[in-house]
Every structure is written in structure tokens, then in C-alpha cells.
Write a protein of this length. Structure first.
Length: 110
């Protein structure tokens, strides 16, 4: 989280925390899960069905998203539901998508 004080023209940011979240989000399946959860709370089975991935793979990625505090878990009987802990995660994903599209539009080599 950015602190209110400023160093030069940049807000003081905990870059280690930002790197931690960026590493967590640096996986296409995790980004797909975040996008799916931006629509609301979902069970693991629904995420598996929507994304076409295996239940163990979905559980692994959900565990990492939970470890990074990006999702929260709710248990209801035999079902486990996940939802985004903060809607800003979905907005950041949209912003990154727009940035990627803009940067890659003019790309001639990789």
C-alpha cells in the first residue's frame, strides 16, 4: 500500500510487497481465476468448470491467491467458496491488460 508521505515525486511504496503480489499474479491461471472471481463468490467446482482446469490445479492456484491475501475463503458445509478480498485486484488486472495491449500493439520483435 502506498504511504501518504512522498519521496521526490513518487509515493513511498513497499516494493517488496508489490513484488510479492506481482509474483503471485504472474501466472495466467491465477489471472483467469481473479477475472472469474470479479463476477462474485464462486465454488471451486464452478471455477474448475468455467476455466476448464483440473480441481487440483485450481486448488493450488487458489491456495497461492489466499496466501497472498487476494482471495478470502468461506466454508459452507461440504462446499468451499472463494471471492476477491478487494475489488481493486480486478481493476488492476484490467489496467494491466490495457497496458499490455498498448505496449504490444507496436511490437515488432520480442
Amino acid at each position: 500500500m502506498a504511504k501518504k508521505s512522498r519521496a521526490g515525486n513518487q509515493a513511498v511504496v513497499d516494493l517488496a510487497a508489490v513484488a510479492f503480489l506481482a509474483k503471485t499474479m504472474a501466472d495466467e491461471n491465477r489471472l483467469r481465476i481473479i477475472r472469474s472471481l470479479s463476477e462474485g463468490k464462486k465454488s471451486v467446482s464452478r471455477i474448475v468448470e468455467e476455466l476448464g482446469i483440473s480441481q487440483p490445479l485450481a486448488s493450488h492456484h487458489l491456495k497461492e491467491l489466499k496466501r497472498s491475501l487476494l482471495v478470502i475463503v468461506e466454508r459452507n458445509g461440504p462446499f468451499v467458496y472463494y471471492e476477491l478480498s478487494d475489488p481493486r485486484a480486478a481493476r488492476i488486472l484490467i489496467e494491466l491488460g490495457e497496458l499490455a495491449a498498448d505496449l504490444l500493439a507496436a511490437r515488432t520483435t520480442f
